[in-house]
Design a protein around this ligand. Sequence first.
Ligand code: AMP
Length: 177
Amino acid sequence: MSGAGVVCAVALGSNLGDRHEHLSAALAALGSAAGVTVERVSRFWETEPVGPPGQGRYLNAAVVLTTTLSARTLLDLLQRIERDRGRDRSDGVRNGPRTLDLDLLLYGQQTIREPGLEVPHPRMLERPFVLGPLAEVAPDLVHPTTGKRVESFASICPGLVGTEYSGPARGSSLPPP
Ligand code: AMP
C-alpha cells in the first residue's frame, strides 16, 4: 500500500442513469479527496438487483483505499459523493434503485457499532455483488469479526458463480444499461 493511514474497503453500486459514469465519478472524487489514497479498483461487475422488482441491473465495484480520515469522516465523504451524483433517499424504499450507493465495508481491523455507522458493514457477507469485486482487489484482507480472509467468503458465497461482469473498469467495452 502506498498511502498513509488505515486500510479500508468501499463498495460501489449504481443502477440508475449512466451507471458507468456514476462509478467513475465516485472513483475520481475519492481519488482527489484529502486524506484518501485509492490503492486498488476492481472491474465493474454487472449484477442482478436485490430488492423490489422492476429495477435495472447494477454495476458494482470495490475499492481499497488508505485514509487518515476517521471512519465517521470517511462515511460523511461517501455520503457527500452519493449526493453529488443525485442520490435521493426521500422515497424511503430499502434496496430501491439508486444512482450511486457507497458502503464502507472495512475500516482497518476496527469494529464500530454506532448510530448510523456499522463496520464491518453488517450485510457485506451476504452479498455476492460485494464479495466478488472485493475478493478481486483485496483477497487477503481480514474480516475482523470472523477472523477470515475476504477470499474465503467469496469462494463459498452461493450465487457468486454466474455473476456477470462487464470487462475492464475504465474501458469502453461496457454494454449500454
Ligand atoms: P444505504 O441506503 O444502504 O446507503 O444505507 C445508508 C445508511 O446506512 C445511512 O444512514 C448510513 O448512516 C448507514 N450506515 C451504517 N453503516 C454504514 C456503512 N458501513 N456504510 C454505509 N452506510 C452505513
